[in-house]
Design a protein around this ligand. Structure first.
Ligand code: SDX
Length: 432
């Protein structure tokens, strides 16, 4: 017997179907509410609203659970790679050896940008934020491949997805080099995904960057841990754009813009800037914690809190462990890591954070790893975007392949002026 929900409305009693997900989540299907009652629901920030059903990622915020296509993030972090996990998210199953080799080869074959695109990079000022460059160059890339400009077609999809995943890495590296006046370093077909990215970032024409396995592994893990996260702000943006049947590259460019905000993917850069300010001020973190609790301070403990996780973000736990491992391998003693750990300890003992269930999220420690690798803070959210690309692509594919999927068009409750009529200019007096 399927579950239902009753809604008493004026003299009406409405029975609405209840949808139960494979992990036991319950949702009231209100898709006929307006038609039956003239009412809509209102949910600022969508905290109580499901925009879709999805088979890609499951999060249990109370228990701190994250699963990609049913696989626990802890297992994937330990045993998988970013490219293998990207395949899993996009196609729904872990790849066979042949499938993984084919996918990996596609990434290798599509790592170069059209040579004319160098002119676009040269036109950006050195101070241009790499997220601005990334979002614009994703769309620019598709202009060189007309088939990429087309909406979803099953026969084109895999090549489009591979080109996007592969080229965002090259775009990111080029923007880093261009901002510093360094010559462009072309990818090497002998390098796998993350190693090639580090090569394009840090090698010089006269000397290849030394690829330490621990560094490659740490960055690959950062990409993997960021690969998808249910209907977060940027993924919902990608789905919103995909619902109009725009092409994959347009959706990804929109996702980059949504991710940029400091409340979302921009938080990793904001965390390091926060830690650096605390370090410079000689504060041991206590003053900052006090400010973060004071609403009038305009400060928040960046990298803390989450709309869904009311427990420790499982990704933060993995990244924190990785910080200790990588910094000891690289013989780095980063005072910002000590400050971060002190902030975490102080916050998790403080009733303000405990009562609001504010814990470290994925952004709290990730910047420490990227800093140790030599990636500058303005590139942190670009790294997040590279990691999130498979999740956006998987959601684009899911909505494109859903039979009868409709354009996303939320309603609103209008609270502006009621009807009034045009007043000629000469009759308008300045209202007091
Ligand atoms: C990501 O959605 C995803 O899945 C995102 C993400 C992904 O992988 O895609 O996980 C990636 O975006 C992680 C979040 C990164 N952002 C930050 O770290 C920025 C700092 N965090 C916050 O601004 C906040 O916690 C959010 C934006 C993450 C969540 O905001 P909500 O759910 O809208 O919560 P809220 O702002 O309504 O806060 C509830 C209360 C408020 O206090 P009261 O009004 O109850 O007194 O908690 C307070 C807030 O002031 N609060 C904080 C705080 N976060 C919330 N107070 C101090 N410091 C903080 N960080």
């Amino acid at each position: 017997m399927s579950k239902t929900a009753k809604l008493e409305l004026e003299s009406k009693s409405l029975t609405l179907p209840v949808v139960v997900g494979s992990e036991g989540e319950h949702g009231i299907d209100i898709s006929t509410l307006r038609q039956q009652t003239g009412y809509i629901t209102l949910d600022d920030g969508y905290g109580n609203t499901g925009s879709c059903s999805s088979k890609i990622t499951f999060i249990d915020g109370d228990k701190g659970i994250l699963q990609y296509r049913g696989y626990p993030i802890e297992e994937l972090a330990l045993k998988s790679t970013f490219v293998e996990t990207a395949y899993l998210l996009i196609y729904g199953e872990l790849p066979t050896v042949a499938q993984l080799n084919h996918f990996s080869n596609l990434l290798t074959e599509n790592e170069m940008l059209h040579e004319n695109m160098k002119r676009h990079f040269e036109s950006f000022p050195p101070s241009a934020h790499p997220m601005a460059i990334l979002s614009s160059m994703i769309n620019a890339t598709s202009c060189y491949h007309p088939r990429l400009m087309e909406g979803y077609k099953a026969e084109n999809f895999t090549l489009q997805a591979a080109r996007l995943i592969s080229k965002v890495r090259t775009i990111a590296a080029y923007s880093y080099r261009q901002a510093r006046g360094f010559p462009i370093i072309y990818p090497k077909t002998t390098y796998k995904y993350t190693a090639n990215f580090l090569h394009m970032l840090f090698s010089q024409p006269y000397r290849d960057y030394e690829l330490k396995p621990e560094v490659v592994r740490a960055l690959d893990l950062i990409f993997l841990l960021h690969a998808d996260h249910e209907q977060n702000c940027s993924t919902s943006t990608v789905r919103m754009i995909a619902s109009s049947q725009a092409n994959l590259f347009a959706c990804a460019a929109g996702g980059v813009c949504a991710l940029w905000g400091p409340l979302h993917g921009g938080a990793n850069q904001a965390v390091i800037e926060m830690l650096e300010d605390i370090h410079k001020s000689g504060d041991d973190g206590s003053r900052f914690i006090a400010a973060a609790k004071d609403k009038t301070s305009g400060k928040r403990l960046m990298g803390f809190g989450h709309r869904v996780y009311k427990n420790y973000d499982p990704r933060a736990k993995i990244i924190k462990e990785q910080c200790d491992k990588l910094l000891s391998v690289l013989h780095i003693n980063d005072p910002l890591l000590d400050i971060a750990k002190h902030l975490e300890e102080a916050a998790l003992r403080d009733s303000y954070f405990v009562e609001r269930k504010l814990y470290p999220n994925v952004d709290f420690y990730s910047g420490i790893i990227m800093r140790a690798i030599g990636i500058p803070p303005e590139m942190f959210t670009v790294i997040f975007a590279i990691g999130r690309m498979p999740g956006w692509i998987a959601n684009y594919k899911e909505i494109a392949e859903t039979q009868g999927s409709r354009i996303y068009r939320p309603r609103q409750i209008y609270t502006g002026p009621t009807i009034r009529h045009f007043v000629p200019l000469e009759q308008r007096t300045q209202k007091a």
